[in-house]
Design a protein around this ligand. Sequence first.
Ligand code: S3P
Length: 435
Amino acid sequence: MKPIIIKPCSGLKGIIRIPGDKSISHRAAILSALAKGKTEIKNFLFSDDCLVTLNTLKHLGVRVVTRPRLSEAVIISPGFLKKPSRFLNMGESGTSARMFLGLLAGQDFCSIIGGASSLLHRPMLRVLEPLRLMGACVRARKIKNDEFLPCEIFSNELHGFTWEQKVPSAQVKSAILLAGLFAKGVTSVVEPVRTRDHTERMLKLFGAQISIEHKTLRIRKSVLKSPGEIFVASDISSAAFFIVAALLIKNSKIILKNVSINPTRMGAIRVLKRMGAYIKVSLVKESFEPRADLEVCFSSLKGTIVKAREIPALIDELPILMVAASKAKGKTLFEGVGELRVKETDRIRSMEFNLLKLGVDIRVKSLKESENIEIQGADSFKGACLKSFADHRTAMSMIVAALSADTACSIDDVSCISKSFPQFLTLIKTSCCIS
Ligand code: S3P
């Protein structure tokens, strides 16, 4: 792909409809596949990662009808999964890989899951360890102290147990809960730091026997019942790129419709408000996942400290928050951001590389217990040749930075954006002028 050139923008305007939430779309499809009958998923996200989940379900004997123009996916399921006739390819989707590991561990057939080269480097032991303690029998590729795809999952009886999360991870929690649906007895997950709770909410919607008490989730073997129809709220992580663009670019005023305001995902909004952002949240519907319209206007931002305990609620927004911090008055400190090293790329490295190119004073401090990032805000970004590192969130963060730079910037390859937000360039072009 040829590099794209992004010219500075003089203001973002309009009403913007962000596509459906990636995490909720994955879960809606997977749980619909476990419930007998038909489930219509509205505002489903048709991105590369979510298509991986739909394709995998097809290989597991579930009928999937897609209407991408209407953002609708219909799942018609016999209520159980069938042995796949081939290996299951997770593409680049870490969420699909980890959730299917949990789901497939509890089936009465064997399966093999693999993925594209970027996914083959992402750590899987964090999921395999608790699953094995439940009785799962999985053979994976071992390198040093971790394990990686491809994985061979053998059929074995699972039993409940209690797992206390070491690394806060919604994907690991979800894999355990999905395995728990097929395990004997009670499966519990203790979360010292709360992570996104979409799986729990969706399981309740499908009538699973799940209870949540303080920091402990408990699930029992359950037969799921389809709610018939599910509406997926718009993705707050995708909205965050528009929010920060509007905050940084003078004369901006936008309204984002129907965005998910699940409290476990609102960390970035809380941090931006603390930095002085004008973001007005107007509730649209409570539902099983609350959603709201967000009004955002240009604001002058000031630096802040983002504590490690806040990270899980804004993990995917860290790259774009780093861009916001780079234009804020004073210093911003992000504490305990080490998990960024194991995302689609090492996002500490990709963001440090690009922000330095834009002339930002960014320092990465790798301490024994945690990694911190310190950014001294600057008045302006200088034009630069930027790199996506084949990572969707780095690419979109750099497009936003470029829109608010002094002169044009180039970005080497933005095809990776289709992983989570295929409409991003079109939407940003219509709300703000870029060539
Ligand atoms: C996700 C959980 C997070 C997040 C990822 C999606 C999910 O990953 O970064 O983009 O849908 O559960 P971790 O569970 O690894 O923190």
